[in-house]
Design a protein around this ligand. Structure first.
Ligand SMILES: [Fe+2]
Length: 333
């Protein structure tokens, strides 16, 4: 591990930082990709150990170079079809990170844990660091798993977790700009204006699909935990705390907006229950937020940083921010 040429590795920080030292790595984007291809076994070893690795001071300044840097890692085959967050493609495999409003914190979650085909790894790239805030939050899901109340974890294991996502009809919007962005239409989520094609794309993700007067309802039941493919560890793998819409998960302003613009008349964009449809007790949900807080850290972005995450071992989110922020993301196998 200590023998990777061209870099210094700080194993004492979380996340560990791989710092480019060789002039070629600091000046030539093509060299960075060659280096990573050679260092890949050691980097993967580090990734399983720590769950996340930061690359710093490499010659990376745009989305194409970011894509090329990670060309030795396969992309996530299923892509982002049916994903919940508003985002679009930038270049190659690279997408915008979430376009959720700056004052909406995105709570720690594992990417697409609400679907069958979730990415094994993710990479973020900081093209423009925000003026303040805007960190990509990260958290150790091994620690999270150890701290979830056992009775609740056992209940999740027994019943599973059911997610319902309600993609709106494209001709209806909640009527507030922030909610209009957050609540995706089924056309946007599945990339087709045809109901048949959108439904086929939804079912291809493993979700059930029904149509209501408000749009498409996609539902999927998961075990709520996974066995890590390399280490065999049993890890909490669901997005219950972030997915349940309440004043803690989305903040008071967004909770108030939902009550005002959806109320009881219009179904809210998403819901989560036990796998048999039983509602969580409020205290079961509320017990999770202090654990989210206790494992979440907010490393400061530096321009050109790349964060490579194991999507099972490390959760991610986004802090609120001011100013311009340009962070890209790639879903990897
Ligand atoms: Fe995410």
């Amino acid at each position: 591990m200590l023998g990777i040429p061209g870099v210094d590795i700080d194993l004492g920080s979380y996340p560990p930082v791989v710092l480019a030292k060789a002039v070629s790595l600091k000046s030539d984007p093509l060299e960075t990709a060659k280096w990573l291809a050679q260092a890949k076994p050691e980097i993967e070893h580090l990734l399983v150990k720590s769950g996340v690795v930061t690359f710093r001071d490499f010659a990376l300044s745009n989305a194409s170079q970011f894509d090329n840097f990670l060309s030795c890692f396969d992309g996530h085959r299923a892509g982002y079809a049916g994903g919940t967050s508003p985002r679009s493609k930038v270049a190659g495999r690279v997408m915008q990170s979430t376009q959720a409003p700056p004052d909406r914190e995105i709570l720690l979650h594992q990417e697409m844990a609400y679907t069958r085909d979730f990415p094994g790894r993710l990479a973020f790239f900081c093209e423009i660091p925000p003026r303040s805030g805007g960190e990509t939050l990260i958290g150790d899901m091994r620690k999270f798993t150890a701290e979830v109340p056992k009775a609740f974890f056992d209940k999740v294991k027994k019943l599973g977790v059911r997610y319902v996502r309600r993609f709106r009809n494209p001709d209806w919007k909640p009527g507030h700009l922030d909610l209009d962005v957050l609540h995706r239409s089924w056309v946007d989520a599945f990339g087709s204006e045809s109901r048949e094609d959108a439904e086929a794309a939804c079912r291809a993700t493993g979700s059930d699909c029904t149509w209501t007067e408000h749009g498409m309802e996609a539902s999927f039941t998961t075990p709520g935990y996974v066995t890590h493919p390399v280490t065999g560890e049993e890890i909490w793998f669901n997005v219950i705390p972030a997915f349940d819409l309440n004043a803690v998960s989305q903040g008071k302003r967004f909770q108030d907006l939902h009550e005002q613009y959806y109320g009881a008349a219009h179904p809210w964009p998403q819901a989560v229950t036990f796998g048999d449809g039983t509602e969580f007790l409020r205290e079961e949900i509320e017990a999770l937020y202090p654990i989210v807080d206790s494992v979440t850290t907010a490393p400061k972005w530096q321009r050109g940083d790349v964060q490579l995450l194991d999507n099972i071992l490390t959760g991610h989110g986004r802090a609120t921010f001011t100013g311009q922020r340009c962070v890209r993301v790639m879903l990897l196998a």
